[in-house]
Design a binder for this molecule. Structure first.
Ligand code: C5P
Length: 221
């Protein structure tokens, strides 16, 4: 019952320029979604999986899970108009007895067992949530109407990734309210007063957005 993975895969992926949704664009022989699904299935940390699928792609998602013998998949729910709404739809399938919810973007295929462990461990040390983050190598500017307003101190900045892990009760409370403007789960948990820890992320866990990203990830498989 312990750890439920919510795999959000309902994005359109318009920037890839393909007809099918991003989760079903090919990465090697299989849809992009297959890579993270297989890795969650094989993880020793994950007990059950809920996939938020693009509308109309629920059945292909279940068929893919069957093809991969991914027996941990308990449901493929219809995703929402935004990522946050897709997370909320998947969360509705998670029972209260599940202590931990781990939310992952299907658009980040190269999930590792080490990173899953890294985001889960601090939850037993009093944190409400844990997210992977990477420092920002470039200098960062705040810009308005093409003019630089300020140079931001990057030493305090991280770019966050998924998987993001939370105590299920905390995540549920955070998702009970207004979801507008939330681009990750942590933002809602932070806004609800939750304590969220950042751990070291993984450069290979990049989010596939363009065809070039897809080619790069394929070269790392
Ligand atoms: O759009 P973006 O690249 O930020 O999406 C991150 C993840 O959220 C992707 O895995 C995508 O499939 C998922 N998503 C979703 N429902 C949406 C939009 C995005 O499940 N409406």
């Amino acid at each position: 019952m312990g750890v439920w993975a919510l795999l959000v895969a309902a994005g359109t992926g318009e920037r890839l320029g393909e007809e099918r949704p991003k989760a079903f664009v090919r990465l090697g022989e299989l849809p992009l979604l297959a890579e993270s699904l297989r890795r969650l299935e094989e993880s020793g940390w994950i007990d059950s999986i809920v996939v938020a699928a693009p509308s109309g792609w629920e059945e292909p998602t279940i068929l893919l899970a069957e093809e991969l013998s991914a027996a941990k998949v308990v449901a493929a729910v219809t995703g929402g108009a935004t990522r946050a709404e897709s997370v909320r739809a998947a969360l509705s399938e998670v029972p209260d007895a599940a202590a931990v919810a781990l939310v992952h973007d299907a658009a980040r295929p190269l999930l590792t067992e080490e990173l899953i462990e890294r985001v889960l461990t601090p939850l037993s040390e009093g944190w409400d949530g844990v997210v992977p983050g990477l420092g920002i190598p470039d200098t960062v500017k705040r810009v308005r109407d093409d003019a630089i307003v300020e140079t931001v101190d990057r030493s305090e900045l991280v770019a966050v990734q998924t998987p993001q892990a939370f105590l299920t009760a905390v995540l549920r409370r955070a998702y009970a309210g207004d979801l507008s403007g939330a681009t990750d789960c942590s933002a809602l948990v932070e806004a609800a007063g939750g304590r969220v820890k950042v751990v070291r992320g993984d450069p290979r866990l990049m989010k596939v957005t363009t065809t070039a990203d897809l080619e790069l990830v394929a070269s790392w498989l």
